[in-house]
Design a binder for this molecule. Structure first.
Ligand code: SF4
Length: 223
């Protein structure tokens, strides 16, 4: 998988593409170690650290978001900030134990813009998404989830195609070579960003309802 002649101890160079960094006999732990030094796109200059996916090595459900947020960037773990806490609640309401779920993002560095003293989320562009995508593809290939759930438009469009509309197609299962069951739902941060209490409740209901479909599909696939 890795570039011939590249030794595993060599530090990645700025601009060195992800496929050239992948170890020849990849495991999640080896891949995570290499990704920690990734400089394939310029986002490594802005984020504190690579935030790689986490969860059981053979998790049956994989949740994919857009990118780490401010809290995740500082902690080095995915979905540990406010959106992660909301996701925990939604998973619990849907009857899914987060400890059996692998959580990750399409882009592994936090992209942000300064606003006063705060770091405000900035959307990753197509070049950054495509530079980072091989890390996610490797996670999917190694974890082999039975159910893959894209959360939000960035993840859904990166994995299911540009024409996928989360607003219309969330909660439906689509044909994909990525996993036996593939679907999409809203990103937990969209609940947090909703303009008022009613919109927040509606968005949370949508997230929980979609996750309940994931729980049902997952348990019927096991029977
Ligand atoms: S965002 Fe992805 S491709 Fe870009 S430097 Fe970080 S890990 Fe590498």
């Amino acid at each position: 998988m890795g570039k011939r002649g590249r030794t595993p101890t060599q530090a990645p160079k700025p601009g060195e593409p992800v496929p050239d960094l992948l170890p020849d006999r990849p495991t999640i732990d080896r891949v995570r170690d290499v990704a920690a030094g990734c400089k394939a796109c310029d986002l490594y200059k802005r984020g504190t650290q690579t935030v790689f996916g986490e969860g059981p090595k053979r998790a049956e459900i994989m949740l994919v978001g857009e990118q780490p947020g401010d809290a995740e960037d500082l902690a080095g773990h995915p979905f540990v900030g406010p959106a992660g806490k909301l996701l925990d609640r939604a998973l619990e309401e849907a009857g899914i134990d987060r400890r059996v779920v692998y959580v990750t993002n399409v882009v592994k560095h936090f992209k942000w813009e300064p606003r006063g003293k705060r770091r405000i989320h900035a959307k990753p562009n197509a070049g950054e998404i495509s530079a980072c995508r091989p890390w996610l593809e490797t996670e999917i290939a190694l974890v082999k989830p039975r159910v893959l759930v894209c959360m939000g438009a960035t993840a859904a469009q990166a994995l299911l195609g540009k024409t996928f509309k989360v607003s219309k197609q969330h909660g439906t299962f689509v044909e994909s070579s990525l996993a036996p069951l593939v679907t999409a739902t809203v990103h937990p941060s969209s609940v947090l960003r909703a303009p008022d209490e009613k919109a927040r409740r509606d968005e949370m209901r949508r997230l929980v309802a979609d996750l309940k479909k994931v729980a049902a599909a997952h348990s019927s696939a096991r029977e």
